[in-house]
Design a protein around this ligand. Structure first.
Ligand code: ASP
Length: 341
């Protein structure tokens, strides 16, 4: 009798352990998250009217919905960040793809990068003028070439060979961006006359886009795309297409997409620094991001922010400017979009 009871208890315990293990693994597989940004900058709340604010928030919400639906139905983080960034590139509100800022010569030169956290494979393009969706070109470099970064004409030829949509450079023209460019040139001429060379127009240069996703398989991917900085010198390449600076992804730590004054993000290897702090120092994502963005960059007067997701699905959206267009969604049903603090 006693043996029979012991058998029942053992079977029951075994059953419970198996049940909990299965429940835990199903639950952990169901974990997914997506975080996006549309650039960071020092803009005054009054400089955006309610209608414009609504327009930005709606565009961010739509980008999140595209990604959320894909993640729910089991798409890979790679497909999700590409699709979401393509949408943001096609939206003229942001400084990437259509609606990119103009360089000093009045041209649009686009940069983008893509990274897979599972394989640590990466691809990027810089200084391109004819590829409709630079983020897709960056992914093609990652998947279909032995290289990481292609620039200018070579990158455009490669994108064409890969069957990506090629457009006339005029496709990227946006009247609002042109007006900002004209104003930038005018004010630089004036300030130079007064002996003060203006480096940047904080209000106008924001809008770089990025997305980081963690899919149900636990894989992280990150993508960043930009027109760079308003009035940049022709040929200038910022942090956005540089793996480790404006973009990084590792399943061992986190995925990161950055936005801000690129030169500082390059010198500080911002995106990789975050992941390295987590791996080598054991810092939680939030602490790592705080030290990099709110301490190191602030000490250098460097403007910008990051979005990131760690391997457990924790999301961070941190910026040292007055605003960053941003939003996130996760498997727990948390969702939101914001511009100001
Ligand atoms: N980081 C971009 C660049 O320097 C610009 C931005 O994010 O606003 O090209």
């Amino acid at each position: 009798m006693k043996t029979r009871k012991t058998n029942y208890t053992a079977t029951f315990t075994l059953f419970m352990v198996a049940f909990l293990l299965i429940a835990f693994s199903v639950q952990s597989k169901e974990k997914y998250a997506l975080v996006i940004h549309g650039g960071a900058g020092n803009i005054a709340k009054e400089s955006i009217d309610d209608e414009q604010e609504q327009e930005y928030l709606e565009a961010l919400a739509e980008a999140l919905s595209i990604g959320e639906e894909m993640l729910q139905s089991g798409s890979s983080s790679l497909d999700v960040v590409e699709e979401v960034v393509k949408f943001l590139e096609d939206t003229p509100l942001f400084n990437a793809g259509k609606g990119a800022v103009f360089n000093i010569q009045g041209d649009n030169e686009l940069d983008a990068s893509f990274m897979c956290g599972k394989t640590h494979n990466a691809g990027a393009v810089a200084g391109i003028t004819t590829v409709k969706n630079p983020v897709s070109a960056a992914r093609k470099v990652m998947e279909n070439s032995p290289h990481v970064l292609l620039t200018g004409k070579g990158a455009e030829t490669f994108a064409y060979e890969q069957g990506l949509e090629i457009v006339d450079p005029g496709y990227f023209f946006d009247q609002r961006r042109w007006n900002q460019y004209r104003e930038h040139i005018r004010s630089n001429v004036n300030s130079r006359r007064q002996g003060d060379i203006r480096q940047s127009d904080d209000e106008n240069k924001m809008g770089t886009v990025g997305a980081v996703a963690l899919d149900k398989e636990g894989n992280i991917a990150a993508a960043t795309s930009t027109g760079g900085m308003l009035g940049k010198k022709y040929g200038r390449i910022g942090d956005s297409p540089l793996i480790g600076a404006g973009n990084y992804a590792s399943n061992l730590a986190c995925g990161v997409s950055a936005t801000g004054h690129g030169e500082y993000f390059i010198r500080n290897m911002v995106a990789y620094d975050l992941a390295a702090r987590m791996i080598y120092k054991g810092q939680p994502l939030e602490d790592a991001a705080h030290e990099v963005i709110m301490e190191n960059l602030v000490d250098q007067d460097a403007n910008g922010g990051i979005i990131a997701i760690d391997k457990d699905g924790n999301v961070v959206m941190l910026f040292n400017t007055t605003a960053m267009f941003r939003g996130f969604v996760n498997a727990q049903g948390e969702k939101g979009t914001w511009i100001f603090e």
